[in-house]
Design a protein around this ligand. Structure first.
Ligand code: UDP
Length: 438
């Protein structure tokens, strides 16, 4: 396994970020604010922007959005880097949804380019040689890795039946993966990737974690099966700009830390808190909730122009190439040049930029760690939140749930409906587990 020492760590180059718009007042700190707002919204991500946008359009409410970061869009934030590629600061995001309400909503703020995400894995076969195989695993995956001879759904069912364990009630990630895939696929695709991602073995995690990735009996190699799968034509950040920027009812202040500035903030009718719920209740003395974070290691490559491979001008054959084995310590490499919503200059570029993705304990909170101990702890925080007067907790970090983007939109829209109706603050749709990256 290769390990990156701290001195070698270059991370992501944020020195040049282009392609986004902003109002100069966003950087005025607490200067120039009104004495009172209908809502103060903590966090300029999906949930915060939905609340501000809906509040204004439906009820004419005036909102102040604050964010401690220097940009809007939360973890969806993307920008044009110094090489001309549109990249995502917080990891690759792929929009997909089965919720018509969400699809109609996001179409109000962007044109969309159809895009079906296909993920490959670089895995060792039975001869210890690397193969590029579809993930989620399907017929081609087992044929290439294990010399299987599977060419129909029936043969794939039989291949799996000969291996998978029967367990109607898998209690953890390992049991869940073994019932679906059997030991060979478990070892090659799930076990080590999960350990790298979570620093926990699958048996230490809820069954739901690995259930995000199906095992396919057919030849469908798409990562998602939702009816709506697309990329925003001008990037994700533009969606948020279009939601809030030209609305006189919405005021934005960036680089403002809610916890530091709380005593200095204007009055408001409702605080909408979209940050981590354990940070909000830090003074209560409860243990902290556990989160996994990510680090991205950026590399610029100029692939050989005379490259005779199937993908000249690219570093790898697809946008996302997973490395499920233990021999490297990153989980995946993302090459944004493959995204069809790249600007023309990026498409024409002889070079390409890649991001190796490492999972780690410290940093921005990306993933709630789903296991019984964290769930129980979250419920204690949730009980505090339910009794908190004048505050509405919304979103992935406030709910300690790893929402996909569309789930975050739907959750915020539905909680907004409830707030508007003056009733109980709760979402209606049971979202279930998210089913893929972001
Ligand atoms: N996973 C895996 N091997 C893979 C891809 C995913 O074992 O090649 C497991 C792993 O436990 C991971 C989970 O499935 O944490 C969810 O993967 P997903 O791609 O949805 O993760 P995200 O993109 O949200 O980080």
């Amino acid at each position: 396994m290769t390990t990156l020492g701290d001195d070698e760590w270059a991370g992501m180059d944020l020195s040049v970020r282009r392609g986004n718009d902003h109002d100069p007042s966003w950087f005025a700190g607490l200067n120039g604010l009104a004495d009172e707002y209908d809502m103060i919204i903590v966090g300029a991500g999906i949930s915060g922007c939905v609340f501000a946008e809906r509040g204004s359009k439906e009820l004419g409410l005036k909102s102040l959005i604050i964010d401690k970061r220097d940009h809007i869009g939360g973890n969806c934030y993307d920008f044009i880097n110094k090489h001309g590629f549109r990249v995502s600061q917080y990891g690759v995001h792929l929009f997909h949804t089965k919720f018509d309400r969400v699809w109609e909503y996001v179409n109000e703020f962007s044109d969309w380019v159809p895009y079906e995400h296909r993920v490959k894995g670089k895995c060792k076969d039975v001869r210890d040689e690397y193969q590029i195989v579809p993930i989620p695993p399907s017929q081609e995956t087992v044929n290439k890795l294990f010399d299987a001879n599977v060419h129909s759904e029936t043969e794939m069912e039989a291949w799996l039946d000969a291996r998978r364990s029967v367990n109607p009630d898998p209690k953890n990630g390992e049991e869940s993966a073994l019932t679906r895939s059997g030991p060979e696929l478990y070892e090659a695709i799930f076990k080590h990737y999960t350990h790298k991602q979570w620093d926990k073995w699958p048996e230490e995690l809820d069954a739901s974690v690995l259930a995000r990735i199906p095992v396919r009996t057919n030849t469908d190699d798409r990562y998602f099966s939702d009816p709506h799968q697309a990329l925003p034509k001008d990037g994700y950040t533009r969606i948020f700009e279009n939601m809030i920027m030209s609305d006189p009812n919405i005021t934005v202040r960036l680089n403002v830390d809610f916890f530091k500035e709380r005593p200095n903030l204007p009055k408001c009718g409702l605080t909408v808190f979209t940050g981590p719920i354990d940070a909000y209740y830090a003074s209560q003395g409860l243990p902290k909730l556990e989160y996994r974070s990510l680090r991205f290691f950026e590399e610029y490559h100029t692939p050989d122009a005379s490259d005779k491979s199937d993908h000249p001008g690219f570093y790898q054959p697809c946008l996302q190439l997973n490395y499920p084995g233990p021999e490297v310590d990153f989980t995946r490499i993302v090459e944004y040049k493959h995204k069809p919503n790249q600007p023309a200059e990026a498409k024409a570029s002889p070079g390409t930029v890649i991001f190796k993705e490492y999972s780690c304990d410290h940093g921005e909170p990306y993933y709630p760690v789903p296991n019984p101990a964290n769930r129980e702890l979250y419920e204690r925080y949730q009980a505090l939140a339910t009794d908190e007067p004048g505050v509405c907790f919304v979103g992935r970090l406030a709910s300690y749930k790893y929402f996909n983007m569309d789930q975050a939109f739907l959750n915020a829209l539905e909680i907004w409906d409830e707030v508007k109706a003056g009733g109980k603050v709760a979402a209606r749709t049971e979202l279930g587990e998210p089913d893929g990256p972001k």
